[in-house]
Design a protein around this ligand. Structure first.
Ligand code: T5A
Ligand code: NA
Length: 208
């Protein structure tokens, strides 16, 4: 049985990740077993601490919260591996690239940020929904959580684009213009997802 593909959707806050993950999962499900996962997963004990931090009801050192985000991925990692091995395609709403980009934007060292995620299942494709901070800010609900500020989002976008250019990740990335209509974005994500599905058909799962 062929393994499932690990497809990651990344982007700035309000880029449309959740909207598009739902559409992608619905579409994939018509031909292959597919599951959606989201990070942070706010339902676990670690996720509860992250949620309190993001909603500014608790304060944490930047390094400590970075490690919590990574630990929140590690909590799910063996389940994700088992799902992929069982032939289930897993679509993930934010993953390691958010972890690195947001913490680097706060001034943490890049190599230090990468280290705790080393060994996690590596995406077959990471699809980055690119949007200007201005366009993202105009979308509903912006400004409620800790990182939803223009200056922070500008730095995070820069960081995401640097990650794309980093040779360690370059082959895995696809950039999609998220400023288009929901339907246009969906179509471009669908095309990019095929790259990951093809990779999963022909190559073993790697680690970060
Ligand atoms: N974080 C996360 C870290 O710092 N480190 C980490 O390791 C991880 C994993 C929470 C925060 O945590 C940080 C990053 C974040 O700041 P989150 O829970 O994923 O992460 O929260 P958000 O990214 O803020 O998620 P949102 O749900 O707010 O944004 P989405 O999912 O990108 O956007 P979505 O689909 O909900 O859409 C937002 C709005 O835009 C509209 C939608 O209808 C909705 O109103 N919209 C469009 N409008 C016009 N045109 C389109 N094409 C549209 N698509 C959607
Ligand atoms: Na979301």
């Amino acid at each position: 049985m062929p393994r499932g593909a690990l497809i990651v959707i990344e982007g700035l806050d309000r880029a449309g990740k959740s909207t598009q993950c739902d559409r992608l999962v619905t579409r994939l499900k018509t031909s292959t077993p597919t599951l959606l996962r989201k990070f942070p997963d706010r339902t676990t004990p670690i996720g509860t601490m992250i949620d309190a931090y993001l909603r500014s009801t608790s304060d944490l050192d930047d390094h400590a919260v970075h490690l919590l985000f990574s630990a929140n991925r590690w909590e799910a990692s063996s389940a994700i591996k088992a799902e992929l091995e069982a032939g289930v395609t897993v679509v993930v709403d934010r993953y390691i690239y958010s972890g690195i980009a947001f913490s680097r934007a706060k001034g943490l060292d890049g190599a230090w940020c990468r280290a705790p995620d080393v060994g996690l299942p590596r995406p077959d494709v990471a699809i980055f929904l690119d949007i200007s901070e201005e366009a993202a800010a105009e979308r509903g609900g912006y400004g409620e959580e800790r990182y939803e500020k223009k200056e922070m989002q500008r730095k995070v976008r820069q960081d995401f684009l640097e990650l794309r250019d980093d040779e360690r990740d370059a082959g895995d990335w696809a950039v999609v213009d998220a400023g288009q209509s929901v339907e246009e974005v969906e179509e471009n994500i669908w095309k990019a997802a095929q790259k990951g599905i093809e990779r999963a058909r022909t190559k073993d799962l790697r680690t970060v």
